[in-house]
Design a protein around this ligand. Structure first.
Ligand SMILES: Nc1nc2c(ncn2[C@@H]2O[C@H](COP(=O)(O)OP(=O)(O)OP(=O)(O)O)[C@@H](O)[C@H]2O)c(=O)[nH]1
Ligand SMILES: [Mg+2]
Length: 600
């Protein structure tokens, strides 16, 4: 059977997963209602987190499809996938046009010499502007240096959520067959007898884990045939070669894995039996064979410490709370989480390195759902040194704001050492692109939302390490810290809400050292959220009216990571997210500060 391998790439939310789901449904590879976003977190958040593959059959051809995440924190995931397929469907929203991540994934595809098929999606939107979008896409191809063949791309128009594709906007189509036909026509055939007759060479682009089978590698067979129970060699990048045996072999059918005895060149398979195999290594038949070109994995840009939850409420909710249990869980994560690095050398904490706040937040969210408790320190940017120069990570951020708000946004971002690289005026909103050190960008999202009253859109992606730009003035927001243990009372919160924004409502259990809110002006402030109204014999007129409380700010994982201060921990348990001071009593905090000063 002929095989074609494609990936679906796009900016976040442009419709990749809806398109993949519809392709599976219409080719009979999956039932109605089955989605590629199969993970619980993915379904809850409505975004793709992990790239996943599926296979559909159309007119006697097997099409392997990899659905990729659109969020920039998972950009390196996409890059790996692109190395292992032969063409991409570049999905672009017909209203929004190309967005930052569209540019990133298209650039990678063009660099690898792929010829994209453009899928202009969401043409049903009332504000869709297909002509404009088409021009923008073409301009982007030009800007990114596409060659003549790449510039000659086919556009397929689609309504992914209804499973409709057409070659011309005026066409009357009821399904995706026009798109499937283009795939068959344009995507190079991955399989051939000639390739299958060569000695085996396969390369994993994704990892998986199974409690019974252990580590799983998902990869493409470039040459030869891979067989169940056969002996193979794994060539590592470091010239090292290891012998192994394929103990299980699967191909894909829809989202299901199908156990097979063998698979041949061109196909995408999942294998078990190679316990320390890694992305980009070469599985081959003979150690004398040449390794396939390695696959680069992006370096982490931020780090933070994971600690045992030693807060006064530690261990109340979680089942797994010890250092040993957290260590085991983190070790397991390393099996599958490719961008992650962990330093286990300290006895007090585990230092976790990741690609961005969302990358880390997803890990923490998974852990709390599995009944773990953990505390983390504030994420810090990773610095590097190259040829004696100090480097720090930079991001490209793209903002889209109503015109009247551009002034304040530009001012704020400039303070954080962001430099404007492009500005485009649309009808009543402006799109501005900045390059900014990650250090300056961390913690900015919330402020941006407030400044633009929720009307602005902001997205970022790491663009690499650049020379350090020097000290940065950071306006740290003070915390309201509880000085008491007990239950919060409406009356005291009513007084406190004058001073800043609260993170807790009435009737919440608090402990000394818990951060209950922020302070709009000034530094940290010790407060007593448990204080009730003083009882007097006199009935004062006017002071007995019902109190009205502003709803507290809900501390989510991401928000907590963003707003926390250096001397705080975020306490994460199955049921709660709390912000606390590392030192719970004021005396200890003062002492720690003094010691820090004397050390400097
Ligand atoms: N109007 C309209 N909405 C669509 C269409 N296709 C998808 N959507 C909506 O767009 C949103 C995002 O769709 P997804 O398929 O999850 O997008 P995605 O590109 O996979 O998103 P990420 O994987 O998170 O990057 C969903 O709310 C869909 O219902 C379409 O053709 N028309
Ligand atoms: Mg998706």
């Amino acid at each position: 059977m002929e095989i074609r391998n494609i990936a679906i790439i796009a900016h976040i939310d442009h419709g990749k997963t809806n398109l993949t789901d519809a392709l599976m449904r219409q080719t009979g590879a999956a039932e109605k209602g089955v989605s590629m976003d199969s993970n619980v977190l993915e379904r809850e958040r409505g975004i793709t987190i992990y790239s996943k593959n599926t296979s559909v059959f159309y007119r006697g051809t097997k099409i392997n499809i990899v659905d990729t995440p659109g969020h920039a924190d998972f950009g390196s995931e996409v890059e790996r996938v692109l190395r292992s397929i032969d063409s991409v469907l570049l999905v672009v929203d017909a209203q929004e046009g190309p967005m930052p991540q569209t540019k990133f994934v298209l650039r990678k595809s063009l660099e690898l010499g792929l010829k994209p098929i453009v899928v202009m999606n969401k043409i049903d939107k009332p504000a869709a502007r297909p002509e404009w979008t088409k021009d923008e896409i073409f301009a982007l191809f030009m800007e990114l240096g596409a060659n003549d063949e790449q510039l000659n791309f086919t556009i397929v128009y689609s309504i992914a959520k209804d499973g409709i594709a057409k070659l011309d906007l005026k066409d009357d189509s009821k399904d995706l067959s026009p798109l499937l036909d283009v795939i068959i026509k344009e995507v190079p055939i991955a399989s051939s007898d000639e390739l299958s007759q060569k000695p085996l060479r396969a390369q994993p682009f994704n990892l998986g884990y199974d409690n019974f089978m252990g580590r799983l590698a998902i990869g493409r067979i470039y040459e030869g045939i891979i067989k169940f129970n056969s002996n193979v060699f794994v060539k590592k990048s470091s010239e090292e070669t290891k012998a192994g045996k394929i103990t299980k072999l699967f191909t894909f059918n829809g989202l299901e894995r199908r156990e097979v005895d063998e698979a041949s060149a061109g196909d995408i398979v999942m294998v078990a039996g190679l316990p320390d195999i890694y992305i980009g290594e070469t599985i081959c038949a003979d150690p004398s064979q040449e390794a396939l070109p390695a696959i680069n994995i992006d370096e982490p840009t931020i780090s933070l410490n994971f600690l045992v939850n030693n807060s006064p409420f530690g261990g109340r909710e979680g089942k797994f709370i010890t250092s040993l249990q957290i260590r085991e869980r983190l070790r397991k994560e390393l099996e599958v989480n490719v961008g992650l690095k962990i330093d286990f050398s300290s006895s007090d904490y585990f230092k976790v390195y990741g690609r961005g706040e969302l990358h880390i937040a997803i890990l923490l969210e998974n852990m709390r759902r599995e009944d773990y408790e953990v505390q983390v320190s504030k994420p810090q940017v990773i610095f590097k040194e190259e040829n004696g120069t100090k480097l720090e990570p930079f991001e490209e951020i793209t903002i889209d704001v109503p015109n009247k708000m551009t002034g304040v946004v530009i001012e704020k971002i400039s303070k954080r050492k962001g430099i404007m690289t492009d500005m485009r005026l649309e009808q009543n909103h402006t799109i501005i692109i900045f390059e900014i050190p990650t250090r300056g960008f961390l913690g900015y999202r919330g402020e941006f939302m407030t400044n633009t009253r929720g009307e602005g859109i902001i997205c970022s992606r790491v663009i690499g390490f650049r020379p350090y730009v020097g000290e940065m003035e950071h306006r740290t927001v003070g915390s309201m810290v509880s000085m008491a243990n007990g239950k919060s009372l409406g009356f005291s919160l009513w007084n406190l809400q004058e001073r800043g924004e609260l993170y807790i409502g009435p009737g919440t259990e608090v402990y000394e050292g818990l951060v209950v809110g922020n302070v709009s002006k000034g530094k940290d402030m010790a407060v007593n959220p448990t204080k009730g109204k003083e009882l007097t014999n006199m009935r004062a007129k006017g002071s007995d009216e019902a109190i009205i409380l502003t709803p507290p700010i809900e501390l989510t994982l991401e928000r907590g990571l963003e707003i926390m201060n250096d001397d705080e921990y975020l306490e994460i348990t199955p049921g709660s997210i709390r912000l606390r001071k590392q030192f719970l009593t004021e005396i200890d905090r003062v002492r720690a500060k003094r010691q820090k000063k004397s050390e400097m």
